[in-house]
Design a protein around this ligand. Structure first.
Ligand SMILES: Nc1nc2c(ncn2[C@@H]2O[C@H](COP(=O)(O)OP(=O)(O)OP(=O)(O)O)[C@@H](O)[C@H]2O)c(=O)[nH]1
Length: 396
């Protein structure tokens, strides 16, 4: 430790940062907003460190030293703001970083004004950078809105180490100036700061790459489970969830129903309003299912213009009420949003006995749906010998 040269360590770190600032955008390829924020954060911090090293080649306190150092502080703290925005997006939250951004502005302005006092500028810049990092750590300690991997803890550890070293530097620089008169001098705190900055920066980049991988995995899962046009679950994902719900319904002996829905005269809709009109109708229908559903109901686009809803803890009367709500919703919204009426036929199947499978229920719902179509459409039926009821509302 005693032989480590602080300037060389910072120089090495700046070289590493520069390589990563160029390599990340190049090798990550086209990325979404969060990764672009993270890349911008690293790039800004790189510029900051380059300027800081450059400033040290000028006479101390000279105009060039003052200007370059002030800009470098703005870049380093601005880079933190971009990183905070990236982490928030990876947390599934809105990308706001008011506190780190306000601290970045405050820090740069104060540093520029108070540059002539070494103790002030070291205390101010290190103290506020530590505060900025504390704000980011605080937001990382809140529960994420999406499942995130262990990168979160890696990042919290890296940032905490950096924050603690910055606090030491702030205190030593501000109050023990005689023992700590130079940023690049061979003092223990400078060495610790240079070494920890090096390793924490590397680890932070690892965390960023892991966060990006998490996000890619979530996106893949989204693509694999959702229908691209309507945002509804696709058949495969729905069947997996349906099996779990059926097992729970058996275990707790609670009612479970399947509602199979098919838009009426959909071919005519396509013919009259074009394929885009048909697509919009499918989206409006999915919105209808979303609007009238309760938490726990699962719906999917089963295929083409056919949808399925699984209604947990719902008896036949509740499913009839659900169907009625759907028809009312469509009566109020379809004409307004599409310019034409939208009607559907439905088939209901309740879980009948303990050996029922989802496939059995779908088969019964399909038979009921076929009967609803044959009976003139615009209605929802259950297979007559199983449940003697029908709902006949809307267009017949
Ligand atoms: N616009 C659009 N049309 C689709 C999509 N998937 C399936 N279709 C169309 O949906 C139509 C379904 O037609 P049919 O099976 O005859 O059903 P229908 O006209 O609704 O008749 P009934 O169900 O008997 O009332 C076909 O013309 C398909 O091309 C889609 O994603 N978008």
């Amino acid at each position: 430790m005693a032989t480590t040269d602080v300037s060389t360590l910072f120089f090495g770190m700046t070289i590493n940062l520069s390589i990563m600032a160029v390599a990340l955008p190049y090798f990550m390829g086209r990325v979404n907003l969060a990764a672009r924020y993270a890349q911008a954060g690293i790039a800004l911090q790189t510029v900051g460190w380059i300027l800081l090293l450059w400033s040290s080649t000028f006479e101390r306190g000279a105009w060039a030293d003052h200007t370059l150092s002030a800009i470098s502080m703005g870049c380093v703290s601005g880079g933190m703001v971009f990183n905070a925005m990236a982490f928030q997006l990876w947390y599934g939250r809105k990308a706001i970083a008011h506190v780190p951004a306000a601290i970045a502005v405050l820090m740069t302005v104060g540093y520029t004004i108070g540059f002539s006092s070494y103790s002030f500028r070291v205390g101010w810049s290190n103290g506020l950078l530590a505060l900025q990092i504390a704000a980011i750590i605080f937001s990382l300690c809140r529960a994420p809105k999406v499942p995130v991997g262990r990168w979160r803890w890696l990042l919290i550890i890296c940032l905490t180490v950096q924050m603690l070293v910055l606090v030491c530097r702030a205190v030593l620089g501000a109050f023990y100036t005689a023992e700590f008169p130079n940023f690049f001098g061979p003092y223990m705190v400078n060495r610790v700061f240079a070494l920890s900055s090096n390793s924490m920066m590397m680890m932070s980049v690892v965390a960023i790459l892991l966060a990006h991988r998490d996000e890619a995995a979530r996106e893949l899962e989204r693509l694999a489970t959702l229908d691209g046009l309507t945002g509804a679950l696709n058949r495969r994902a729905w069947l997996l969830k349906a099996d779990i719900d059926l097992a729970n319904s058996l275990r707790y002996q609670q009612p479970l129903g399947v509602l199979m829905l098919d838009l009426d005269y959909f071919k005519q809709i396509n013919d009259m309003h074009g394929h885009a009109g048909g697509d919009s109708a499918l989206q409006v229908f999915a919105n209808c299912l979303r609007a009238v559903g309760r938490a726990g109901d699962q719906f999917c686009r089963y295929g083409g213009e056919e949808f399925c809803v699984l209604l947990n803890r719902a008896d036949f009367a509740s499913i009839m009420a659900y169907d009625e709500r759907m028809r009312q919703w469509l009566a109020q919204h379809a004409m307004k949003e599409l310019g034409f009426e939208l009607s559907y036929s439905g088939g209901i199947a309740m879980r009948m006995h303990n050996s029922d499978t989802i496939e059995d229920m779908l088969q019964r719902a399909d038979v009921a749906l076929y009967q609803a179509k044959s009976a003139g459409r615009g209605r929802t039926l259950a297979v007559p010998d199983l449940v003697c009821a029908s709902i006949q509302t809307g267009r017949a």
